[in-house]
Ligand binder design. Structure first.
Ligand code: AMP
Length: 328
């Protein structure tokens, strides 16, 4: 699929001496895996090129993947090729200096709303951006050097963005490409330990969430992580945001929401929306957000808006349950 655009991207990589990788704000395993994985692939294959990933964000959860490069002068961007992974809109690119680069390539698996690249390779049905990087490798296998390190980054993003290969976007092709990464020697035991191990204090927070979560009539599970809770458990925004994952396996709750109050009240309350079977992005879009069918984000600016969003989601869940069978 898309052989021409992939070939064009490879030619651009060959043509440039300096290549810079970019990804989205609020980093996750997929954008980190895709940016670091592609960086290592290019470095190993073209050792004379300068390949840089400059990003001032930090994630405690993903710190085990290692740091990125320190900042470089603006001049360095000007003659570089920018490759932006996993980022649907340019406003969500974490290092906005990407715009200084001479040419921009977008590689993404979100719905196309902003083709900001000179070349845009977008495949909405892919389960992760890392799956696309693995496919990029597979398409020109004889030309690429795939190190164990690169394969580990790419595999990690495939694992995390597909819910450990559980979501419906996972295909036979996903697994074949994941297999190619494993063939390069990924240490799955260490990788999964890094993904699953939790601090004792985080477990205590989890217990608190299960005590305090709520459920609407039609089975929308939700939790409001207030500033007080954040203070009590010493949670930064990232740790507080991970609460969404705690609510995902409640029978009959087809969608679940987490509200996370930020440090500055004027920034609003971050909402994370997740679902199985039914979709949530239409409600997210009504509240300054958007995203995928079953994983979306939004922002609400008052307690009243929070209540409205829960009500809207509850109505959607009710309609879905009335008109569909087989949900769990
Ligand atoms: P999150 O809960 O922030 O991880 O978001 C889930 C998905 O929704 C991600 O794929 C994001 O790209 C998307 N998303 C989150 N917030 C927004 C937003 N404000 N506008 C558009 N898409 C969003």
């Amino acid at each position: 699929m898309n052989e021409e655009i992939k070939r064009a991207i490879l030619e651009k990589i060959k043509a440039y001496h300096r290549i810079m990788l970019f990804r989205h704000i609020r980093m996750d395993g997929d954008c980190v895996g895709a940016s670091k994985g592609l960086k290592e692939m290019i470095r190993a294959t073209f050792p004379d090129k300068e390949v840089l990933l400059v990003d001032e964000q930090h994630s405690d959860f993903l710190a085990f993947l290692g740091p990125d490069e320190d900042g470089v002068p603006d001049e360095a961007y000007r003659d570089a090729l920018a490759i932006v992974v996993d980022t649907s809109e340019k406003s969500r690119i974490s290092n906005q200096k990407y715009a200084l680069c001479r040419e921009i390539i977008k590689i993404d698996h979100h719905i196309e709303t902003d083709p900001y690249g000179h070349l845009n390779w977008v495949e909405e049905e892919r389960s992760s951006a890392c799956e696309m990087i693995a496919d990029f490798y597979a398409s020109f296998r004889e030309e690429w050097v795939l190190t164990k390190e690169a394969a580990s980054f790419i595999f990690l993003g495939m694992v995390t963005d597909s819910g450990r290969f559980r979501f419906s976007g996972v295909t036979g092709e996903t697994m074949r490409l994941a297999g190619l990464m494993l063939d390069a020697g990924v240490d799955t035991e260490t990788l999964y330990a890094n993904l699953y191990l939790q601090d004792y204090e985080a477990m205590k927070f989890k217990a608190y969430v299960y005590e305090h979560m709520e459920r609407t009539e039609n089975g929308v599970a939700y939790i409001d992580v207030t500033q007080d809770m954040r203070r009590q458990f010493g949670l930064n925004l990232e740790a507080a945001s991970s609460v969404i994952n705690y609510l995902e396996n409640i029978r009959g709750c087809l969608c679940w929401l987490a509200f996370i109050e930020s440090d500055e009240p004027q920034e609003g309350i971050r909402v994370r929306l997740r679902s199985r079977f039914m979709t949530v992005n239409q409600v997210a879009e009504k509240h300054h957000g958007g995203g995928h069918a079953c994983a979306a984000g939004a922002t609400v600016y008052s307690a009243e808006e929070m209540v409205s969003l829960i009500r809207e989601m509850d109505e959607e869940a009710g309609k879905y349950k009335e008109t569909h069978e087989g949900w769990l």
